[in-house]
Design a protein around this ligand. Sequence first.
Ligand code: ADP
Ligand code: MG
Length: 693
Amino acid sequence: HPTLDTLPVTALKRAGPAMAERLARLGIRTVQDLLFHLPLRYQDRTRVAPIGALRVGDEAVIEGEVLLSEVKLGRRRMLLVRLADGSGGILLRFFYFTAQQQAGFKAGMRLRCFGEVRSGPAMLEMVHPEYRVINGVEAEVVEECLTPVYPATEGVQQYTLRALTQQALDRLTDGLVLQELLPAEILDRLRLPSLDEALAYVHRPPPDAPLAVLQEGRHPAQQRLAFEELLAHHLSLRLLRGKMERLRAPRLEAPGRLGQVLRDDLTFDLTGAQRRVVDEVIQDMRRPHPMHRLVQGDVGSGKTIVAALAVLHAVEAGFQAAVMAPTELLAEQHLQNFRRWLEPLGIEVTWLSGKQPGRARAASLERLAEGASAVAVGTHALFQEGVTFSRLGLIVIDEQHRFGVHQRLALREKGGRDGCYPHQLIMTATPIPRTLAMTAYADLDSSVIDELPPGRTPIETVAVSDTRRAEVVERVRGACRAGCQVYWVCTLIEESDVLQCQAATDTAAQLAAALPGLRVGLLHGRMKSKEKEPVMAAFKRGEIDLLVATTVIEVGVDVPNASLMVIENAERLGLAQLHQLRGRVGRGSRKSTCVLMYHAPLSADGRARLAVLRETNDGFEIARRDLELRGPGEVLGTRQSGMLQLHIADLLRDQALMPKVEQAARLLLERYPERVPRLINRWLGEAARYGEV
Ligand code: ADP
Ligand code: MG
């Protein structure tokens, strides 16, 4: 039998070369692609709705008698037509109309219309409905099934897509085969409909189909397709992971003497969770294949020391390590920590940043290239052209959520040499909800630091309107008098960097004037490292009481004596970012407070975000709520969602499918491996090749 996955769309009527080109923009090249171009939503044109039963937002077919038609002059000329059917009345509103159209509406004539119901000043309305005049009694109903609405593009109209999908569906029943790739045992166990049934239903739902269930994507036919799609994504990452596992990496063997010295020197004991994760990481690095491990740990859980112990292991094994951070400030903090921990052990730590002057950079590069320096710490610049290591064994990427999946894959390539790749340790404080982890991050192993160091007191979070700013300033005064240190975070989202820094500068001046006697410091993103460093150092030493800063302090800043944080315009920030910022306090034994200052009125979303922060300090819970509030695309970041162009599945709605998807993936890989590439190609098409960066 010929199969539809290779049959080009041009085999269909009305799909000439020009149309084929336009269809290609929608990712449609074969008849199979067309069948997997799934409706976004549905319209019910199968029955005529009584006008009296319409609600705002409905899309409906109505039929009624024209009572009145008039052109209203005013700021905007428009044609208004009143229609009634005995159950109620509605207004049709046209902004664009011809004289002929205008003359066509006559009182007493019958019209059938389709459109979206809106609320108008006097009554319900339809703006520019589709309509036609009905002569005599016309009993036949407009459509035999629910009308699908497809993702479209310029030059490819809905009716074209409907006509083409209809031909493709007809081919399906004509004996042309679209291979069922899910094994029968899975379909039976999960009680899923067959592929043909599911596709036929989703493209042409019968008139009695439950519209609300369909619109939500919860119908078994849709769930069957969503399941297959999630499975395809999951499998593609499993394959990627398999490929990575076959790569070679240096075995990092070391007795662990240096690590022990560092542990003995620390002023604290590692938590159980830290010890476990360090062990997992070291086990990975002993294998001759590259580690790809994601360490998730809430803000303040102590990821840095875990990274340092991993780095020490690599160095003791005779290799170099690179530590990357997303911001200059965070990288500088790491530099300080790593120098403090590693230099007493005779290990040289080299600084690499984009802002470094040419001479200094050249010197750093040379130390790394000849292997004189064992550890490099820096921002992205670390991996720009021209950086070579003599024996790179480990890459640590901190706060991975700032780097996209593609960057991560590119990094893998860049670090490799002669088919041998460095180990990778990825750390994030933005926990990745399970569904996302299993689709977007299925190529990584993961460890969780699920324990905070002892002696931390929970942070109390309050939301306060900015009309009470004076009270908040008093609170700052009180805290500083009691010997605490305070952060004041200025935010100006969507404004320029320049304006943001200006706002912080102004705020610092105002606060200094309002709080005489307090030592006020300022930190923002446009300051040079040389200017930032002394401010941070002074704040650390307790020589600054109040640090006014932009969100540059979001990550990495670590001053245990700071126990009050004020965040201005908190309603404008996302949950993850607020949680990160708040994590700068609550690091010492003193009770800490975070004041979220907002500008009223709050949007429903803003209110929900602030409520979540007041209710919980748990980063995982916050991530879960974030996913609910914003949806997966946003949570992953636009760059990262590039790999997750889902046709029908929804990571949030379909979470419950994930464990079954995982089981099915295992079964397919074991018993039906030949189906795996076909499944991936069917759903990911070109995107699958992304995985091969
Ligand atoms: P994050 O996971 O947010 O990167 P850090 O690594 O910055 O956390 O650690 C936060 C603070 O906790 C630092 O001051 C660090 O020295 C300290 N710390 C880390 N581990 C422990 C521990 N086991 N006991 C006590 N303090 C610790
Ligand atoms: Mg950190």
